[in-house]
Design a protein around this ligand. Structure first.
Ligand code: 5GP
Ligand code: ZN
Length: 115
């Protein structure tokens, strides 16, 4: 828990969110400003500022994050037509909230490359 972190406050329930999944290590909720018909954020309950915050000690947690995302994408009906995972990292990556989050985007054909 990082006291000033928006997503830590969401995990703690201090800020409301539209939950789609929760387990011991992972929490997921709908993005407040969806960029696609389905736009879910999957986050570790442990505060990591970005995907590259830390090292080997997070190996299992990073795996759990992606496996949870796979489960959520399937449950939301995205597996057949496909979807995209995005992890914006740092300033050039467009990261605005500094608690690691994996975006699940789906429900329409997504363009490539990103802007
Ligand atoms: P980033 O740009 O850091 O990769 O993504 C941050 C995401 O968090 C954005 O898509 C933004 O819409 C979402 N977001 C920011 N504040 C809130 C909030 O209070 N609640 C929810 N559900 N999403 C938020
Ligand atoms: Zn946090």
């Amino acid at each position: 828990m990082s006291a000033d972190c928006l997503f830590c406050k969401i995990i703690a329930g201090a800020i409301p969110s539209n939950k789609v999944y929760s387990d011991e290590h992972v929490y997921a909720f709908h993005d407040i400003n969806p960029a696609a018909p389905t736009h879910v954020l999957v986050i570790p309950k442990k505060h990591l500022s970005a995907v590259n915050d830390g090292g080997e000690e997070n190996e299992a947690l990073l795996g759990k994050l992606m496996l949870a995302a796979n489960k959520i994408a399937t449950e939301l009906g995205l597996a057949e037509d496909g979807f995209r995972y995005v992890i914006n990292t740092g300033t050039d990556g467009g990261q605005t909230v500094f608690h690691l989050h994996l975006h699940i985007l789906g429900g329409r054909a997504l363009s490539w490359p990103p802007g």
